[in-house]
Design a protein around this ligand. Sequence first.
Ligand SMILES: [Zn+2]
Ligand SMILES: [Zn+2]
Length: 308
Amino acid sequence: MPISGTPKNNSSLDSDVGANSVAKARIVFLGTGTSEGVPRVSCLTSPDSNCPVCPDALKPGSPNRRRNTSLLIQREFDDGRKSNIVIDAGKFFYESAIQLFPKFDVRTIDALVITHAHADAVGGFDDLRDWTNNAQESLPIYLREVDLQVVEQLFYYLVDRSKQTGGGGVAKLNFETIDSSPFRADGLELTPLPVEHGKNWECFGYRFGDVSYISDASHISEETAELIRGSEILVVDALRPARTHGTHFTVEQAIDQALRLGAERTLLVDATHDIDHVPVNTELAKLKDSEGLDIQYAYDGLDIEVEL
Ligand SMILES: [Zn+2]
Ligand SMILES: [Zn+2]
């Protein structure tokens, strides 16, 4: 049974970082798109396509360019050390990293936390070799036993290192299995938020401090809603408008969840090419007046200061 709420600045929980306290913290959206990413190649190659979003996504700096949904949690301590925790490393992880890691001074990945073992959350594991070959000794990865079993099938040589064939070097990953109890990654307490991601299939979101992050959900139980309540920031998936989907919320459903969960600010992720960033956010901004709801789509590279 997970404990509810995460105490903020609780010094007794900070034992592994010693007396060093957090001077500054931020979250950075490494990706905000659905599994296939945006643009969709078939929109770019079809002579009949009238999709306005995919061609726009190719323009430099377009907020419609979306890689797989993923988040960086960066804390900077009093002594200047930075801690970088990444949630999910999917198919486009490498591309997110080359765009955003130099910009946000991310040299090491101090922990990787996984929501579930779909390709858009674990498909980038092979690329982690660059970090353990060149930037750090090893890399702890927190995931459920059920997800580790899938990772073992996808990347057998990363889980059982005796199966390596030599040459090139593979990532040195330390897999730490978790259940729904709160755990600590590089000194940061995370509370798992079990959610339904399709019928009868569970996936984890995470709460850390006053941020609740849910990248893949189609239903949130009342038990998990209790763990989220009181969050300042809620991140939640909103695939596309109207047409319902088995494994993700639609925009309308995400708005309902935002109203239900009552965070001060809600940011939407996991968007398909049906979402044209600027016009959709202009529409969503009207909910501030009508419902008192601060809800917007995030974009790749968006960074927000948080207290951790
Ligand atoms: Zn398109
Ligand atoms: Zn998924």
